[in-house]
Design a protein around this ligand. Sequence first.
Ligand code: DLZ
Ligand code: SF4
Length: 510
Amino acid sequence: SSSLRIVLGDQLSRDLSALDGLDPARDVVLMAEVADEATYVPHHRQKIAFILSAMRHFAAELRAEGITVDYVRLDDPQNTGSFTGEVKRTAARHKPARIIVTEPGEWRVLQAMRGWEGETGLSVDIREDTRFFASRRRFARWAADRRSYRMEFFYREMRRETGILLTPDGEPEGGHWNYDAENRKPLPIGYTLPKRQRFAPDATTREVLDLVARRFPDNFGDLEPFGWAVTRADALAALEDFLAHSLPRFGDYQDAMKRQAPFLHHGLIAPYLNIGLLGPREVCAAAEAEYREGRAPLNAVEGFIRQILGWREYVRGLYWHRMPDYAESNALDAHRPLPWFYWSGETRMNCLSEVIGQTRQHAYSHHIQRLMVTGNFALLAGIDPKQVEEWYLAVYADAFEWVELPNTHGMALFADGGIMASKPYAASGAYIDRMSDFCGSCAYKVKQKSGHEACPFNYLYWAFLIRNERVLKGNPRLAMPYRTLAKWPAERLSAITREAESFLNSLDAS
Ligand code: DLZ
Ligand code: SF4
């Protein structure tokens, strides 16, 4: 009997479980551009264009194979604007015997999917997303009985299970699991960065860019220049470009930041992985081959593979393991509204205006900028986690809730109280100065601790520790700064708190 197969905008993989066993003679694939998905957060315009264009290209590839695709466009007058509405409409049109879909990347969509049997009267087969190394069950088995989940241990199990970067006797390649200590170098002065391959929009992408310009004139973010790959073939070319020119130095300068240099040696493939144009297995295998063939050093390859085999799998496991409660915690009781400059980029703090500017231009900024600049500021300022999370989910082309939420809520904001991170990633201006060239041209002085010219990160850092003393003081990884604080007279502490409050109160909320 016939089945209706559903492919969501972040499920653009030919080996998707929802397409397993598809019979082109009888089955129909539904792909729908729906207003709900474009508006549940105010996405960056490039992110919307990227997803819609990739969806249109993927539909064309399925059709070229002889598969029937019912493709609903955003501006179709019949479009109901929601997944559920489009599933009902398509089911009524084709009268399939059942519906087959792959579990989605967001809790809210899974809730909707669970209502589809009731809505359509058809059986709905929600299949596992087999594109990940670790199933949700596999992660749950690891997480059972643990109070906190440290990525490093999960990652070692993944290495053991997959054999990636192991010696023939099952030991970690090179004798260590982790080479992070080698991966924290600032960029040398005058260093020439590799040029990155970008992809010129074709006719399909042009049409989508016009659509997005018309429908979302006021959303955050530049629409052009648009340089993302929107097909698997181009995503593979982007991967090749990264492996050949950027991977060898990826490790050394993983945490470095530089003005006007948003990409450095980063992979730029998270958007492709997260919508399904590339798979994590092929990406890890390709990176491992670079090491085995002697084209890239171990610290780079291990660092890169850890992001995918370790981090990416771990955050996804944690998301499904802890949702929906995970999103609700607010361990540091943070309630300040998101400052308007997160959207406008208008701030005299140069690090923030650089990173937000890159984000606006490219719907991208690299991990250390997300963690240690925009994330660190939100942490120190005590911004409401929900507002910060909405911003991260909206502005990055790679952001879907399964990956965005744990990274923001747990890693950047410590809002989960330490389920993910063993300490808050709080840092003063000195860290940003060491890892970037942002401070030299800043209106503030990074070495100044107080006064109107002082780098705000400096007093915000101490004010953060003072404000959260009750929750954080017992944390062994914060023993050093709390010992320092204990030596300061009470007037000094209250002066820091006053200075931080008055700075934060001067920021316009969004
Ligand atoms: C993010 C997004 C956007 C902007 N638009 C669509 C769309 O029109 N159709 C679609 O199928 N998916 C879209 N997506 C991706 C979905 O939001 C994503 O599948 C869910 O968040 C589940 O991960
Ligand atoms: Fe950022 Fe402070 Fe450096 Fe300015 S001085 S760029 S605010 S860290």
